[in-house]
Design a protein around this ligand. Structure first.
Ligand code: ZN
Length: 59
């Protein structure tokens, strides 16, 4: 299974792509970073992959 992640441009913290897929928008997980990450920031192919393989990510 392909692992898709989003990297915060501010601090470099990694967020799982499937979390973004579920919430569309989420704050950077780092406590003192206010950066907001968006599903739309992922590349076209990554977004498509996440949408097509949703069930694989649901544990
Ligand atoms: Zn951050």
């Amino acid at each position: 299974m392909k692992i898709i992640t989003a990297t915060c441009p501010e601090c470099g913290t990694i967020t799982a792509g499937n979390v973004l897929e579920q919430h569309r928008v989420c704050k950077c997980p780092k406590i003192d970073c206010e950066r907001v990450l968006r599903f739309e920031d992922l590349s076209e192919s990554d977004r498509q992959h996440l949408s097509e393989n949703k069930t694989q990510y649901q544990l």
